[in-house]
Design a protein around this ligand. Sequence first.
Ligand code: SF4
Ligand code: SF4
Ligand code: SF4
Length: 217
Amino acid sequence: MKNDIEKCLFCGRCEHSCPMQAITIDRKTRKWTIDREKCVACGVCAENCPAKCLAMKEEWEEGEDKALVLTLTGKTPVRPARPAAKPAEAVKPAAEPPKAEPAKAVPATEPAKDVPQSENPHHVKNDIEKCLFCGRCEHSCPMQAITIDRKTRKWTIDREKCVACGVCAENCPAKCLAMKEEWEEGEDKALVLTLTGKAPVRPARPRPPVKKDEPHA
Ligand code: SF4
Ligand code: SF4
Ligand code: SF4
Protein backbone atom coordinates (compact mmCIF):
# COMPACT_ATOMS: atom_id res chain seq x y z
CA MET A 1 0.00 0.00 0.00
CA LYS A 2 1.49 3.28 -1.11
CA ASN A 3 0.06 6.73 -0.48
CA ASP A 4 0.88 9.68 -2.71
CA ILE A 5 0.39 11.88 0.34
CA GLU A 6 0.57 15.13 -1.62
CA LYS A 7 -2.83 14.29 -3.11
CA CYS A 8 -4.45 13.09 0.14
CA LEU A 9 -7.63 14.95 1.14
CA PHE A 10 -7.68 13.54 4.69
CA CYS A 11 -11.29 12.61 4.05
CA GLY A 12 -11.02 9.49 6.24
CA ARG A 13 -12.59 7.07 3.78
CA CYS A 14 -9.56 4.73 3.89
CA GLU A 15 -9.62 4.77 7.69
CA HIS A 16 -13.32 3.93 7.83
CA SER A 17 -13.32 1.34 5.07
CA CYS A 18 -10.27 -0.65 6.25
CA PRO A 19 -11.52 -3.94 7.72
CA MET A 20 -8.32 -4.32 9.77
CA GLN A 21 -8.24 -0.79 11.28
CA ALA A 22 -4.75 -0.50 9.84
CA ILE A 23 -5.06 3.17 8.86
CA THR A 24 -5.48 6.18 11.12
CA ILE A 25 -5.65 9.77 10.05
CA ASP A 26 -5.37 12.99 12.01
CA ARG A 27 -6.90 15.87 10.10
CA LYS A 28 -5.57 18.56 12.39
CA THR A 29 -1.93 17.57 12.04
CA ARG A 30 -2.41 16.18 8.49
CA LYS A 31 -0.90 12.82 9.52
CA TRP A 32 -1.79 9.59 7.71
CA THR A 33 -0.54 6.42 9.41
CA ILE A 34 -0.57 2.82 8.27
CA ASP A 35 0.23 -0.10 10.52
CA ARG A 36 1.60 -2.63 8.05
CA GLU A 37 1.48 -5.37 10.65
CA LYS A 38 -2.33 -5.11 10.57
CA CYS A 39 -2.68 -4.53 6.80
CA VAL A 40 -3.73 -7.62 4.82
CA ALA A 41 -3.31 -5.86 1.44
CA CYS A 42 -7.00 -6.32 0.55
CA GLY A 43 -7.09 -3.05 -1.44
CA VAL A 44 -10.42 -1.80 0.00
CA CYS A 45 -8.89 1.53 1.05
CA ALA A 46 -7.50 2.17 -2.44
CA GLU A 47 -10.89 1.37 -3.99
CA ASN A 48 -12.59 3.86 -1.67
CA CYS A 49 -10.07 6.68 -1.98
CA PRO A 50 -11.73 9.56 -3.90
CA ALA A 51 -8.37 11.23 -4.55
CA LYS A 52 -6.90 8.04 -6.05
CA CYS A 53 -3.76 8.60 -4.02
CA LEU A 54 -3.63 5.05 -2.65
CA ALA A 55 -2.14 2.27 -4.77
CA MET A 56 -1.53 -1.42 -4.10
CA LYS A 57 2.05 -2.46 -4.81
CA GLU A 58 3.51 -5.93 -5.12
CA GLU A 59 7.13 -4.83 -4.90
CA TRP A 60 9.02 -2.24 -2.86
CA GLU A 61 10.26 0.65 -4.92
CA GLU A 62 13.80 1.89 -4.57
CA GLY A 63 14.20 4.14 -1.54
CA GLU A 64 10.67 3.43 -0.27
CA ASP A 65 10.16 3.65 3.51
CA LYS A 66 9.50 0.09 4.72
CA ALA A 67 8.68 1.08 8.32
CA LEU A 68 6.16 -1.30 9.89
CA VAL A 69 4.23 1.70 11.20
CA LEU A 70 4.56 4.48 8.66
CA THR A 71 3.33 8.03 9.20
CA LEU A 72 3.16 10.46 6.32
CA THR A 73 2.41 14.17 6.60
CA GLY A 74 0.19 15.79 4.00
CA LYS A 75 0.25 19.32 2.82
CA THR A 76 -2.09 21.88 4.31
CA PRO A 77 -5.20 22.37 2.20
CA VAL A 78 -4.95 25.20 -0.27
CA ARG A 79 -7.88 27.52 -0.17
CA PRO A 80 -8.53 28.73 -3.71
CA ALA A 81 -8.24 32.49 -3.88
CA ARG A 82 -11.51 34.21 -4.48
CA PRO A 83 -11.67 36.39 -7.58
CA ALA A 84 -10.85 39.96 -6.61
CA ALA A 85 -13.85 42.24 -6.46
CA LYS A 86 -14.16 44.47 -9.49
CA PRO A 87 -13.21 48.07 -8.74
CA ALA A 88 -16.31 50.17 -8.34
CA GLU A 89 -17.08 52.10 -11.50
CA ALA A 90 -17.28 55.85 -11.23
CA VAL A 91 -20.90 56.91 -11.07
CA LYS A 92 -21.72 58.98 -14.12
CA PRO A 93 -23.88 62.00 -13.40
CA ALA A 94 -27.30 61.43 -14.86
CA ALA A 95 -28.39 64.02 -17.43
CA GLU A 96 -31.90 63.90 -16.11
CA PRO A 97 -33.46 62.05 -13.21
CA PRO A 98 -34.37 58.50 -14.29
CA LYS A 99 -38.04 57.78 -14.63
CA ALA A 100 -39.36 55.39 -12.05
CA GLU A 101 -40.29 52.07 -13.66
CA PRO A 102 -42.70 49.59 -12.14
CA ALA A 103 -40.76 46.78 -10.44
CA LYS A 104 -40.63 43.60 -12.52
CA ALA A 105 -41.23 40.30 -10.80
CA VAL A 106 -38.13 38.06 -11.03
CA PRO A 107 -38.91 34.37 -11.48
CA ALA A 108 -37.79 32.38 -8.42
CA THR A 109 -35.71 29.98 -10.54
CA GLU A 110 -33.74 32.68 -12.35
CA PRO A 111 -30.14 32.76 -11.05
CA ALA A 112 -29.18 36.03 -9.41
CA LYS A 113 -27.06 38.20 -11.68
CA ASP A 114 -23.36 38.67 -10.87
CA VAL A 115 -23.33 35.60 -8.58
CA PRO A 116 -20.31 33.42 -9.53
CA GLN A 117 -21.52 30.11 -10.92
CA SER A 118 -19.94 26.68 -10.56
CA GLU A 119 -18.67 25.06 -13.72
CA ASN A 120 -18.11 21.63 -12.16
CA PRO A 121 -21.06 19.30 -12.83
CA HIS A 122 -19.89 16.96 -10.02
CA HIS A 123 -21.66 18.41 -7.03
CA VAL A 124 -23.57 17.81 -3.82
CA LYS A 125 -27.33 18.31 -3.80
CA ASN A 126 -29.23 18.89 -0.58
CA ASP A 127 -32.93 18.13 -0.27
CA ILE A 128 -33.08 20.88 2.34
CA GLU A 129 -36.65 20.07 3.42
CA LYS A 130 -35.31 16.88 5.01
CA CYS A 131 -32.20 18.45 6.61
CA LEU A 132 -31.93 18.01 10.38
CA PHE A 133 -29.17 20.61 10.79
CA CYS A 134 -27.24 18.01 12.74
CA GLY A 135 -23.89 19.30 11.47
CA ARG A 136 -22.44 15.91 10.49
CA CYS A 137 -21.75 17.03 6.92
CA GLU A 138 -20.02 20.16 8.21
CA HIS A 139 -17.81 18.16 10.57
CA SER A 140 -17.00 15.33 8.19
CA CYS A 141 -16.11 17.42 5.13
CA PRO A 142 -12.32 17.27 4.67
CA MET A 143 -12.37 20.54 2.74
CA GLN A 144 -14.46 22.59 5.18
CA ALA A 145 -16.81 23.27 2.27
CA ILE A 146 -20.04 23.14 4.29
CA THR A 147 -21.22 25.46 7.03
CA ILE A 148 -24.51 25.31 8.84
CA ASP A 149 -26.26 27.80 11.07
CA ARG A 150 -28.81 26.05 13.24
CA LYS A 151 -30.43 29.24 14.52
CA THR A 152 -31.26 30.61 11.09
CA ARG A 153 -31.62 27.11 9.50
CA LYS A 154 -29.08 27.98 6.81
CA TRP A 155 -26.98 25.31 5.06
CA THR A 156 -24.17 26.67 2.89
CA ILE A 157 -21.83 24.91 0.50
CA ASP A 158 -18.78 26.54 -1.03
CA ARG A 159 -18.47 24.66 -4.31
CA GLU A 160 -15.07 26.15 -4.93
CA LYS A 161 -13.76 24.12 -1.98
CA CYS A 162 -15.81 20.95 -2.62
CA VAL A 163 -13.87 18.08 -4.21
CA ALA A 164 -16.99 15.90 -4.59
CA CYS A 165 -15.56 13.14 -2.38
CA GLY A 166 -19.01 12.13 -1.12
CA VAL A 167 -18.04 11.90 2.56
CA CYS A 168 -20.77 14.37 3.60
CA ALA A 169 -23.48 12.36 1.84
CA GLU A 170 -22.24 9.13 3.44
CA ASN A 171 -22.41 10.73 6.88
CA CYS A 172 -25.81 12.40 6.51
CA PRO A 173 -28.30 10.60 8.79
CA ALA A 174 -31.30 12.13 7.00
CA LYS A 175 -30.06 10.96 3.58
CA CYS A 176 -30.83 14.39 2.18
CA LEU A 177 -27.43 14.81 0.54
CA ALA A 178 -26.77 13.21 -2.83
CA MET A 179 -23.78 13.26 -5.14
CA LYS A 180 -24.67 14.34 -8.67
CA GLU A 181 -22.62 14.14 -11.84
CA GLU A 182 -24.80 16.45 -13.91
CA TRP A 183 -26.75 19.62 -13.24
CA GLU A 184 -30.48 19.20 -13.22
CA GLU A 185 -32.71 21.63 -15.07
CA GLY A 186 -33.29 24.79 -13.06
CA GLU A 187 -30.72 23.83 -10.40
CA ASP A 188 -28.95 26.71 -8.67
CA LYS A 189 -25.29 26.54 -9.74
CA ALA A 190 -24.10 29.33 -7.42
CA LEU A 191 -20.48 28.81 -6.39
CA VAL A 192 -21.50 29.57 -2.82
CA LEU A 193 -25.01 28.27 -2.31
CA THR A 194 -27.10 28.86 0.80
CA LEU A 195 -30.31 26.93 1.36
CA THR A 196 -32.81 27.61 4.12
CA GLY A 197 -34.43 24.67 5.87
CA LYS A 198 -37.82 24.60 7.42
CA ALA A 199 -38.28 25.36 11.11
CA PRO A 200 -38.40 22.21 13.23
CA VAL A 201 -41.93 21.19 14.14
CA ARG A 202 -42.38 21.08 17.91
CA PRO A 203 -45.09 18.60 18.93
CA ALA A 204 -47.95 20.53 20.60
CA ARG A 205 -48.15 20.02 24.36
CA PRO A 206 -51.47 18.59 25.58
CA ARG A 207 -53.50 21.31 27.36
CA PRO A 208 -54.37 20.77 31.02
CA PRO A 209 -58.02 19.69 31.38
CA VAL A 210 -60.45 22.52 32.35
CA LYS A 211 -62.21 21.87 35.67
CA LYS A 212 -65.95 22.46 35.16
CA ASP A 213 -67.04 23.03 38.81
CA GLU A 214 -64.49 25.75 39.62
CA PRO A 215 -66.06 29.23 39.92
CA HIS A 216 -64.60 31.80 37.52
CA ALA A 217 -62.87 34.84 39.00
S1 SF4 B 1 -9.18 7.84 1.30
FE1 SF4 B 1 -7.47 8.71 0.10
S2 SF4 B 1 -7.79 10.93 0.22
FE2 SF4 B 1 -9.04 10.04 1.84
S3 SF4 B 1 -7.69 10.05 3.67
FE3 SF4 B 1 -7.45 8.06 2.71
S4 SF4 B 1 -5.66 8.29 1.39
FE4 SF4 B 1 -6.38 10.36 1.88
S1 SF4 C 1 -18.93 19.01 0.60
FE1 SF4 C 1 -19.11 16.77 0.68
S2 SF4 C 1 -18.44 16.08 -1.32
FE2 SF4 C 1 -17.70 18.19 -1.09
S3 SF4 C 1 -15.62 17.99 -0.24
FE3 SF4 C 1 -17.02 18.20 1.49
S4 SF4 C 1 -17.49 16.09 2.10
FE4 SF4 C 1 -16.61 16.00 0.04
S1 SF4 D 1 -25.60 15.77 7.64
FE1 SF4 D 1 -27.51 15.87 6.44
S2 SF4 D 1 -29.12 16.30 7.97
FE2 SF4 D 1 -27.14 16.79 8.94
S3 SF4 D 1 -26.85 19.00 8.54
FE3 SF4 D 1 -25.80 17.90 6.90
S4 SF4 D 1 -27.33 17.77 5.23
FE4 SF4 D 1 -28.44 18.27 7.11
